[in-house]
Design a protein around this ligand. Sequence first.
Ligand SMILES: [Zn+2]
Length: 225
Amino acid sequence: MLNRKQILKNSKLYSLRPYIVDDQGILRINSRINEAKFRSNEKNPIIVPKESKFAELIVKEKHLRLLHGGVTVTLSQIRRKYWIPQEGQPIRKIIIRCLAYKKYSVKPADQFSGQLPRDRILESPPFTVIGVDLTGPVYVKLGNEVEKSYIALFTCAVTIAVHIELVSGLSTRKFILALRHFLSRSSNFKTIYSDNASTLKCASKDIQYFFNIIKDEDVVKYNLP
Ligand SMILES: [Zn+2]
């Protein structure tokens, strides 16, 4: 085997220039990097027939060790010790049969984006149409005490400008304080959108209540000069 002439030219092994390295008769590939500072397994990986059960076991083991790694990464790990000829992509064939790999590698279905709502595209000054949401709790240090607080995020639907307010609790009153603080800076607003978080729903009810009082005929008359 040390002599290539012993391998027929039409043999699949011919291009790998195989040779036997030790008395165990292991057939290894003769690479061009013998001078490199790699381990001998890396320089001369063991040739494994691609149709063999052993090749399949190697692929499965490496693939699992790499937490269901893809073809390229599995192949590169295998080649640190073994050389499985890749005609017909045998490694790929084994990996794509794995159900977990299929689940991770599947691409999401294409979907068309819907039309943007009017509020998002009509030209208007910043913060005319606002979206508001509260983040999860953040802990704010006040002197020696740490207070559980939240961040109210006001987003302009048209310009995507963002305004941030600290809310020191989830009560309606505290949220309305933050809202007042925000609205005192940007008085253009016409519409505010939010999700159904109870703080925001209660705040909406309270604001509606006071808004109705302001609109009440008696109050309007009373305010007239
Ligand atoms: Zn897998």
